[in-house]
Design a protein around this ligand. Structure first.
Ligand code: SF4
Length: 454
């Protein structure tokens, strides 16, 4: 339980407590500012920890930013000392590492100085530097328009899933009507922009749709925008792949496909409710390869009691296939996940080793990190990293993560983002997550989006 005399600092403090798994412990926090100094006093387990930092500015926004920064650092220092643990990202929470680094660079400062002040470890500072280097060309072209199409349907729900998606057995009856709304949304996008820089069809598991339904989605996109752009389909779980869907996708101009094994360990796959095997992933991969797609494979570190060597084995298998892209996620335990309750049994030390192993193995195999993000409930406060062979980065992923383009998103649970380049800010517009509400509000969603983007 946290008591603080400054409620606006609570979210920042909770981010740090969560990173240490200390969100249920008792802390009392006193904050004040006087004579050009921030004061943070933390009472924990009968002891007091005092911090003071000199700072003054006339700018209210900058003042708040530094008040938050020093408060987080105070909690990080206290917890790190009493628990005897250093976190790889230190007190850097609540903002994407690359976003903060870009802001520092734009202000003419070396981002590594701030990262060191926030106690980020050296390997993560280098990682951010490498990501920024890989993104250089894509980042330079800010202000594009990308299209996201949401297909929130899956064969079954995985144990760890926190996405807005549902099994087709429960929501399959809505699919025809859902596709009607999606078509209506897509056909009206011409009022907003004439050509997308990239299209990303995500889920869910888009390939869970039958051939005719999938074709309706592709045909709607083609009729609005033709072909010829970067076009990704997060096809998804290997048990829904087949030749016809791949051929159809290629015919409509799809050039990138995600095959998501998560693990190549059959026992793990069974435990997390994936209902497919490693052999099916290999079959799906071979099928996708035949059609010449740029393939991304997703792996997750920290799944269902996996050991470091289990994870290493999956990584070796993924690398042996030589896909253009490999994304390594750390298990995220958001509120939507049924695994949240089991967070305590996660072996955080082991997950740290997995992540460090992935960096070594992927770098040695010729991959470079090209995008990076962290989520609030990520095991060990770690990160997700997209790796690619040079020249194969998915520009959509970079632009959406760094928020440097308009992202026009259709479908239920989709979040459109309007990028205001000069002010370097984003405005969001979210569609209802539950499908019946989405269907009922389709026309309003279209008109709200037109207002945002026009
Ligand atoms: S396949 Fe992906 S989106 Fe679908 S339930 Fe599993 S984790 Fe969630």
């Amino acid at each position: 339980m946290l008591n603080t005399n400054s409620e606006y600092l609570r979210p920042e403090i909770m981010d740090v407590l969560r990173a240490f798994g200390a969100e249920d412990e008792n802390f009392t926090h006193y904050y004040s500012y006087s004579d050009g100094k921030f004061y943070n006093c933390i009472e924990y387990d009968g002891k007091f920890y005092d911090y003071e930092n000199e700072f003054s500015t006339e700018d209210a926004l900058v003042f708040r930013r530094f008040a938050k920064r020093y408060c987080k650092l105070a909690f990080y220092s206290t917890l790190s000392a009493v628990k005897g643990v250093k976190l790889p990202w230190g007190a850097l929470t609540g903002i994407r590492p690359t976003k903060l680094a870009y802001a520092e660079l734009a202000a003419g400062r070396d981002f590594s100085l701030l990262f060191k002040q926030l106690c980020v470890d050296e390997s993560n500072i280098s990682l951010v530097g490498e990501v920024i280097k890989s993104q250089k060309d894509i980042y330079a072209c800010r202000g594009a328009t990308d299209l996201y199409v949401s297909l929130p349907f899956c064969p079954t729900r995985c144990e760890y899933c926190s996405f807005v998606t549902a099994p087709v057995s429960a929501v399959g009856k809505y699919i025809p009507q859902y596709l009607d709304c999606l078509q209506r949304e897509i056909s009206r996008l011409k009022n907003i922009f004439s050509a997308p820089a990239s299209v990303y069809v995500g889920g869910g598991t888009p390939f869970v749709l039958d051939l005719c339904s999938l074709e309706r989605v592709y045909a709607a996109i083609q009729s609005a925008f033709g072909q010829g752009f970067e076009y990704t389909v997060e096809a998804g779980r290997p048990d829904v792949f087949d030749e016809q869907k791949l051929k159809l996708s290629r015919g409509y101009g799809v050039n990138r496909i995600c095959v998501n094994p998560q693990s190549f360990n059959d026992k793990t796959l069974e435990k997390i409710g994936r209902k497919h095997t490693a052999a099916q992933t290999l079959e799906a991969y071979a099928m996708a390869e035949k059609y010449g797609f740029i393939i991304n494979l997703d792996l997750i570190a920290g799944l269902a009691d996996e050991s470091v060597s289990d994870f290493e084995q999956s990584l070796k298998t993924a690398i042996s296939l030589s896909p253009a892209n490999i994304t390594v996620h750390t298990l995220s335990l958001k509120c939507g996940s049924r695994l949240k309750e089991s967070v305590k049994r996660l072996n955080i030390g082991g997950i740290n080793q997995m992540i460090s192993l992935s960096r070594d193995m992927l770098s040695s195999a010729g991959y470079v990190p090209y995008y990076l993000y962290r989520q609030k409930y990520q095991a060990g406060g770690l990160e997700n990293v997209g790796w690619c062979k040079p020249g194969t980065a998915c520009a959509y992923n970079v632009r959406v993560m760094e928020e440097i383009s308009d992202n026009v998103a259709v479908g239920s649970g989709a979040i459109s983002k309007k990028f205001f380049g000069e002010e370097n800010r984003i405005e969001r517009l979210a569609s209802p997550k539950d499908i019946p509400s989405y269907l009922a509000k389709c026309e309003k969603i279209i008109s709200d989006r037109e207002k945002l983007f026009k």
